[in-house]
Structures are given as C-alpha cells and as structure tokens.
Design a protein around this ligand. Structure first.
Ligand SMILES: CC(C)(COP(=O)(O)OP(=O)(O)OC[C@H]1O[C@@H](n2cnc3c(N)ncnc32)[C@H](O)[C@@H]1OP(=O)(O)O)[C@@H](O)C(=O)NCCC(=O)NCCS
Length: 185
C-alpha cells in the first residue's frame, strides 16, 4: 500500500565515489558523461525510494560543470526530492569534489532530474505527496515550480521562434559568425 505522504529525508540519498584513472578524458580530467551517469543512478535511487516504484528519467536541467573534476578526487553526490507532481518527481543533485590531499572542496554542479514513476504495466503511476519540514525544503519546492513554469515558457517561445526562422533572412545575421557558407545548389 502506497504511503500518502513521505518526508524529504525518507529518500535523501548520498553517494561518494573515488575518481579513478579510467574515468578520465584525454586531457586528464573526468569525463562529464561519467558524472552524468552516476548522477542518473543517484537520481533513480532517490526517486524510486520516494515513489516506491520503478522510475524513468524524463529531463535533466542545469547541466553545467563549473569546475573540472580531477583523477583522485572524492566526489560526493547529494540527492533529494525537491518537488513532486502527480506521477513525476524532481530530484536535485548537488555535486562536490574534494581533493583528498588538501581537503579543498569545490562545488562542481547542481542539476535537476525530472523522473516519472511507472507501474508494472509501464504506465505513469501516482507518487506520495512530499512532506516539507524545513524552509530550505519549501524553497526548493517553490524553485522547482518556477523552473517548470519558465521551462514551459521557454519551450513554447523557442518553438515559435524556430518556426519563424527564414534561411534567406537568417543568412544576413551570419556575417559576424565563425562559419563559412558553401551552399551546393
Ligand atoms: C515521460 C513519459 C513517462 C511521459 O508519458 P506520458 O504518457 O506522456 O505521460 P503523461 O503525459 O501523463 O506525463 C506523466 C508525467 O510526466 C511529466 N512529463 C512528461 N513530459 C515531460 C517533460 N518533457 N518534462 C517534464 N515533465 C514531463 C508530466 O508533466 C506528468 O507529470 P505529473 O503526472 O506529475 O503531472 C514517457 O514519455 C516515457 O516513458 N518516456 C521514456 C522515459 C525513459 O525511458 N527514460 C529513460 C531514458 S532512455
């Protein structure tokens, strides 16, 4: 039986992983894709725990790596449910990297995973309400609502702007860009 309401703390999830050499790119830093893959797993664990059901990732917002992660760093992924809708949940993940020798900690990114809970037939299924017990939890919930609202506006503005793009008019705005036109007619 699905619990009606669950506190944020019930599903808070934390993973600490050592960045090993096989995670590195040719420049010696950690691949962004490795971090994203770990974040997706942590988001899944957190969302599924709250939902009590299998969850799938729908969108990921705010993927900006602000500081490179080095081989040997200890990276901490702290996840919590920020928002719940009917069948969807937003999991916020804060990623920090720590240099083991110096103890210096850097915030590398905070990203937001929208996940949807699925039932055994693969259909979206209702998730428990979220009990907000601190001002920070309320702020995160409100922020997620704003993010959702602005994203909807952005998507609709972008799609109408996209449909209005004219190649003939647009070509003029390319003169200052770092591209060369080599149209094959
Ligand atoms: C996401 C998915 C479940 C939506 O299915 P659907 O039949 O369109 O369901 P609904 O329209 O009822 O939406 C279900 C929920 O997803 C949310 N949702 C759907 N598309 C969304 C989007 N682009 N961004 C944010 N939320 C979205 C809806 O708002 C709704 O949330 P709510 O119930 O809390 O109000 C479906 O498209 C899917 O399964 N996609 C594949 C996901 C997957 O497999 N991911 C793994 C990576 S390959």
């Amino acid at each position: 039986m699905l619990t009606e309401t669950l506190p944020v703390r019930y599903s808070q999830t934390e993973l600490v992983e050592l960045m090993i050499p096989s995670y590195a790119n040719f420049g010696g830093k950690i691949h962004g894709g490795i971090l994203l893959s770990i974040m997706d797993k942590v988001a899944y664990a957190c969302a599924s725990k709250h939902a009590g059901a299998y969850c799938v990732t729908v969108t990921v917002d705010n993927v900006e790596f602000l500081s490179p992660v080095e081989v040997g760093d200890l990276v901490r992924f702290a996840a919590s449910v920020n928002y719940v809708g009917k069948t969807s949940l937003v999991v916020g993940i804060r990623v920090t990297a720590e240099n083991i020798k110096t103890g210096e900690q850097r915030h590398t990114n905070t990203s937001y995973f929208t996940m949807v809970a699925k039932d055994d037939e693969g259909k979206p299924t209702l998730v428990p309400k979220l009990l907000l017990e601190t001002e920070e939890e309320i702020r995160r919930f409100l922020e997620a609502m704003k993010r959702r609202e602005y994203k909807k506006e952005y998507v609709s503005l972008f799609y109408s702007a996209k449909n209005e793009i004219s190649i003939q008019d647009g070509i003029r705005s390319l003169s200052e860009e770092r591209c060369v036109l080599g149209l094959r007619l």
